[in-house]
Design a protein around this ligand. Structure first.
Ligand SMILES: Cc1cc2nc3c(=O)[nH]c(=O)nc-3n(C[C@H](O)[C@H](O)[C@H](O)COP(=O)(O)OP(=O)(O)OC[C@H]3O[C@@H](n4cnc5c(N)ncnc54)[C@H](O)[C@@H]3O)c2cc1C
Length: 383
């Protein structure tokens, strides 16, 4: 087993967790390739040069999980500090808390609803003429009614996804929570926290093992695969096949920095729900690290747009067209994937939280150790 030559492409959580598990559990030597000059992938954090604040370069990342094994794993490599994520939303009718909860409903409608009376009130707001919601908008109108939908979701969704909410599946809206309590903690997972020294330090620590050789700033090319028995690839699946069946669509983000003395918005995340405001949200990074103290602050205004060939892919669109293109790449991977296992958010073209990525990486590595000559093609079925 220890003679097997293994490469992990990418130093995000996918590549790092697989490399560490194989090195630690089976003494395998693992080469980790990373095109960027730093580790961490999409979770990359670094100190802002001007303020010293730890900045989440690719947007705010809050670690939360229900999985005991994932929480134990990450806690081996860093100290997590307590953090409660509370999101504020600026709408045409004022500033409210998200996810929608009793406080939101009472503030928005000027009511004094209780856990007992709110469900009936909300039910009465819903559009009963929609029997079988066919899309995001219809689902939202049926569940919440027009006032809440238009204030919180219509404009925000159009800015975030670049499509009309009638083009998005109803299933997205079913996942957005409405709370019949005053709990405005955005994440209700068993474990939540922020790594004290940031995600890049956490991932560097996962990769810090004598059997792991890190090749920073080195892009893994198709011709490199022949030097290995197995390659765990966390880059984009369409990119690996030269985009032969076209480009899988993503949304990309652009960030505009705001600097000032003291505090900018008094909290870590404010969403801007009106379509007339071009940015979707503002993240003020120092509020993720209440244990630190900084005289200046840095906040990032976030703008969402279609991802072009030279942009960084953020959110997979996964609409009907994308799914049929993806199906072609999955077929290609099964036919021509050679010694590759496609893993993670780009390898399987799915939106995945960090804990899901870690869970899948742990399972993929264990699966490989159990049957190295019968390795899976994907960390999880992308379709
Ligand atoms: C805006 C935003 C906010 C998010 N917030 C949260 C949050 O609050 N909580 C949460 O749990 N999750 C969050 N996520 C999800 C989280 O970012 C992902 O789950 C995680 O980063 C995926 O890790 P990965 O290793 O699969 O992919 P990535 O982190 O994308 O890593 C892939 C790596 O592979 C490298 N690579 C690609 N191709 C090659 C090649 N050919 N050669 C060498 N290197 C290559 C890339 O440079 C990259 O470093 C958020 C995502 C986004 C977009």
């Amino acid at each position: 087993m220890s003679a097997l030559r293994v490469a992990c492409v990418g130093s995000g959580f996918s590549g790092a967790v697989i490399a560490r598990t194989l090195a630690e559990r089976a003494g395998l030597e693992v080469d980790v390739f990373e095109s960027e000059p730093y580790v961490g992938g999409h979770c990359h954090t670094e100190r802002d040069e001007r303020t010293g604040v730890m900045v989440h370069r690719h947007g705010p990342h809050i670690f939360n999980t229900q999985f005991d094994d994932v929480w134990s794993f990450v806690n081996r490599f860093t100290v997590f500090r307590d953090y409660v994520h509370k999101v504020r939303a600026i709408t045409s009718r004022g500033v409210f808390g998200l996810p929608i909860n009793l406080k939101t409903l009472n503030d928005f409608f000027g009511e004094e609803l209780t856990a007992e009376t709110a469900p009936g009130f909300l039910e009465a707001q819903g559009d009963k003429s929609i029997a079988e919601p066919r899309n995001f908008e219809e689902q939202a109108l049926r569940m919440l009614g027009r006032d809440l939908y238009e204030a919180f979701f219509h404009g925000y969704t159009r800015k975030q996804w670049g499509v009309d909410p009638t083009e998005l599946p109803a299933s997205i809206f079913q996942r957005l929570p409405v709370r019949m309590s005053y709990d405005d903690n955005y994440h209700i997972s068993r474990y939540t926290g922020i790594p004290e020294q940031g995600y890049t330090q956490l991932i560097a620590s996962i990769l810090d093992h004598p059997k792991i050789r890190l090749r920073l700033g080195q892009t893994f090319e198709a011709s490199d695969a022949a030097s290995y028995d197995r390659v765990f690839y966390s880059g984009p699946i369409d990119g690996w096949f030269g985009r032969r069946h076209g480009r899988l669509r993503y949304r990309t983000l652009r960030f505009e920095a705001i600097y000032q003395e003291g505090d900018y918005q008094g909290t870590s995340q404010v969403n801007f729900c009106q379509e007339s405001v071009p940015w979707t949200r503002v993240t003020e990074h120092k509020h993720f690290a209440a244990w630190e103290s900084h005289s200046e602050t840095v906040a990032h205004k976030e703008f969402s747009s279609a991802c072009g060939p030279d942009d960084t892919p953020y959110y997979p669109l996964r609409l009907v067209d994308d799914r049929s293109t993806l199906a072609q790449y999955v077929e290609l991977a099964d036919r021509e994937g050679g010694n590759l296992t496609f893993v993670g958010r780009l390898g399987t073209y799915r939106y995945l939280n960090m804990d899901q990525v870690i869970k899948e990486a742990l399972d993929t590595a264990e699966g490989f150790l159990a049957a190295p000559h019968d390795a899976a093609r994907f960390s999880k079925d992308p379709l």
